[in-house]
Design a protein. Sequence first.
Length: 278
Amino acid sequence: MSWLNDIKEGKRFRFGSNWKDFVENNLNEESVKQAISCTKTILDESKIDIKDKTVVDIGCGSGLFSLVALELGAKYVMSFDFDPESVNCTNNLLRSRNFDEKNYKCTEGNILDEDFIKTLGKYDFVYSWGVLHHTGDLYQALSNASLLAENNGLIFLSLYQKTIFDPLWRIEKKFFSSSSKNIQLVICKIWIILLKSLYTLKGKSFKKIVANYFMKRGMNFYNDLYDWLGGYPYEGIDTKDCVKFFNTLGFINILLKKRSKYFAISSGCNEYIFSKAK
């Protein structure tokens, strides 16, 4: 129960609880279709096809990508998460779609545990979206993730960009994670007011942005906001450092999409696809 102790001590955000709320209250068929469409677009842009390929979903969270991978024809999907609430969430979601259980497995596991990682085998496609920067040891997480790639395999990552504001974000996220639910809700409401004002200054409709947010990989604005405010541990990485690190591990970068700089102080994510040399 180390995950629960970490949460009680304010060392970790309760990610699984948020994803459980997302799946039970905000995920619908239209969101699933949008998640499939967005993922397929990214893969098509890079001329990548995961049909009949093996996939590992690191930090599976809600289980939405695992679902998408199976819908896109993956031969086998291995999912794992540090948080047992996320594991339950993923298993429940995949069972609800009536996938053949021999084509997937979801279990509790820690990306920082190299011994555990070595028991999982190798995969054609290694996926981890917005996860590894929340482990408390980003470089170890990246190194262990690389162990899961087959020769000529691909790694798809989304990681926070390192900024001069990272120390402030760590303070905010640690405070949020260690606060009561009532205080967290107050903080969320304050941020919603601030975001409404910022979008208004930009000439954007906040109401429209929230309504259309599901078009971003099928996600929900309020669940993502809650996750963003509470995402602790937190660690950013510069794109040059990330590419250089994977180069030393024998990978080449075949796609890099840099974060939007819509708000100057935002801690947005960069997207990477790395290919392992044979």
